[in-house]
Design a protein around this ligand. Structure first.
Ligand code: HEM
Length: 359
């Protein structure tokens, strides 16, 4: 299979991109400040609610073929990892309201030339959500969607659940007509499933050494049995369900790479276009093991919520994010993290080892 070779000129700046990106980030700053005022505590401007902060081990597989042995995955071996599981909204809501779930993975101690943004870090962050595409895949459409999301956020939980049910009905109707429902509808119609059984995706493209790729993280073993399974009704939150799982069980995942083989059908600039696995499969490059652990400690929760940050720009130059939706994130994550630390008067932390994470 011939993959696209990475070149520095693969990206295309979108019409009015600088202005739109600036407006998005300014707007996000206002909503984050308003939420901080309401809570008298600052949260992330997206993925505000954490469900768990976990530690574990990523094993990069031996004998990867050349096209997969790139960047952080060039050398076989083990890395400690830190993972923060979250819910996508920029405010704290009931977990019964369907919303995308996040899986932010920090691979500790990777070697290689770094992007300039986090010069003191030696880690590679990979931020993933449980859906393969971003409904609003360009900066222009992202800006339109921000307004829609906010009008949703103002509504009570029961109405938000109704929106999901309506989206599901419309989605079925569209399918009956023989058309594929839009990513927006699919995203809104998502059910309330156990986060440990979900498959998570970078949605946007990134450089993969000599290639261009999207990455995904898929459950294997016991957690694969949780796929599509609702949280038991007696668990009142995702955090409780996850903490209960890790009391006596671990969780295993495969980290997979989908190489771009056709820039027309697998575009970089529109993250709403699904890269069809029939064009290029998701291939495993590493396995992730999260052992049983105690998630009840307030110190650990506070460390994840208030001290740590994850960013697609914390990593190797060999994994530079690509496309307009990725470019806007550069400023968005820096601003959100700075504001959060400043308003809560806490120091940022970047782990060198899993032992830096409070037990
Ligand atoms: C391309 C698809 C995207 C994915 C897969 C993604 C995923 C994530 C995840 C998993 C987190 C939680 C990080 C953590 O636990 O600390 C996060 C946080 C965040 N996301 Fe995204 N995101 C995407 C696009 C965007 C875009 C387009 C923007 C804004 C323009 C954005 C803005 C943010 C912000 C501001 C945070 C909070 C950062 C902080 O305060 O530390 N994201 N994202």
């Amino acid at each position: 299979m011939n993959h696209l070779r990475y070149r520095d000129d693969l990206e295309t700046i979108q019409p009015n991109e600088e202005r739109i990106a600036h407006e998005i980030v300014e707007h996000m700053g206002h909503t984050q400040l308003a939420a901080a005022g309401r809570h008298r505590h600052a949260h992330r401007d997206a993925h505000a609610k954490s469900h768990a902060l976990l530690t574990g081990t990523l094993r990069v597989l031996d004998n990867l073929p050349d096209e997969l042995a790139q960047g952080a995955f060039a050398t076989a071996g083990e890395h400690e990892v830190v993972a923060r599981l979250s819910s996508a909204p920029g405010d704290i809501r009931s977990d019964e309201v369907p919303a995308p779930r996040g899986f932010a993975l920090k691979i500790l101690g990777v070697e290689g030339e770094r992007m300039p943004d986090h010069p003191d870090s030696t880690n590679q962050d990979l931020l993933m959500v449980n859906f393969p595409v971003l409904a609003f895949g360009t900066v222009a459409r992202y800006q339109e969607m921000l307004g829609l999301l906010e009008s949703q956020a103002e509504r009570p939980a029961a109405v938000q659940r109704g929106v999901a049910a309506t989206a599901r009905a419309v989605e079925k109707g569209v399918e009956r007509l023989g058309r594929t429902p839009s990513a927006t509808l699919q995203g809104l119609a998502r059910d309330y499933a156990h986060p440990l059984g979900e498959t998570y995706h970078t949605q946007g493209a990134l450089r993969y050494g000599d290639a261009v790729a999207k990455l995904s993280l898929a459950p294997v073993g016991a957690v694969a049995e949780l796929t599509g399974r609702p949280i038991e009704p007696d668990f009142d939150s995702n955090a409780d369900a996850i903490a209960r799982h890790f009391r006596d069980a671990g969780a295993d995942y495969e980290l997979r790479v989908q190489l771009c083989t056709d820039l027309e059908r697998m575009p970089i600039e529109d993250a709403a276009v699904l890269w069809d696995p029939a064009l290029s499969p998701h291939r495993t490059v590493a396995t992730l093991h999260l052992p049983p652990q105690d998630l009840s400690s307030p110190a650990r929760r506070v460390h994840g919520d208030d001290h740590l940050s994850f960013s697609p720009f914390n990593g190797l130059a060999a994994h530079r994010p690509l496309g307009s939706i990725m470019r806007v994130r550069r400023l968005a994550y820096a601003q959100s993290s700075d504001l959060r630390h400043r308003l809560n008067a806490v120091a940022p932390a970047e782990p060198m080892s899993a032992s830096d994470i409070p037990a």
